[in-house]
Design a protein around this ligand. Structure first.
Ligand SMILES: [Zn+2]
Length: 104
C-alpha cells in the first residue's frame, strides 16, 4: 500500500520532503539531555537550495557539550549539592506550613 502511494507521488520535491520529515521524526540515541527538536539525534535534516537532503547541527549540541564539560570538570557534584540544599529547604518550609496549619 505504501509503495503504491510512493509511485503515485509525481512531485519529487514533496517526496524528498517526506523523506526529510521521516528522518527528523526518528528517535536518536543521544543521552543526557532530551531534545524534542532533533529527537536526540543531534542533527536536523532539511532540503537545501538545490533540493538536496542536508544535515545541520541541532541547537542542543551546544547544551550537550556544556553538560559534558560540567561532568568532566567535576562541577556536577556542586550542582547536585545545590539542588539537594534547595530540596531540604523546601522540605523544612513544608514542615513549617504543616505546623502552622496544626496551630490554627
Ligand atoms: Zn536537538
Amino acid at each position: 500500500m505504501k509503495n503504491v502511494n510512493l509511485s503515485m507521488n509525481t512531485n519529487p520535491s514533496s517526496y524528498k520532503q517526506t523523506n526529510v520529515d521521516e528522518w527528523n521524526n526518528n528517535e536518536g540515541e543521544l543521552t543526557g539531555y532530551n531534545c524534542s527538536t532533533c529527537k536526540n539525534k543531534g542533527y536536523i535534516m532539511f532540503l537545501n537550495d538545490d533540493n538536496i537532503e542536508t544535515l545541520r547541527d541541532c541547537s542542543c549540541k551546544k547544551i550537550r557539550s556544556s553538560l559534558k564539560n560540567i561532568k568532566q570538570s567535576g562541577l556536577e557534584n556542586l550542582l547536585e549539592d545545590y539542588s539537594f540544599e534547595k530540596f531540604t529547604t523546601e522540605e523544612s518550609w513544608q514542615k513549617k506550613s504543616k505546623i502552622l496549619q496544626f496551630d490554627s
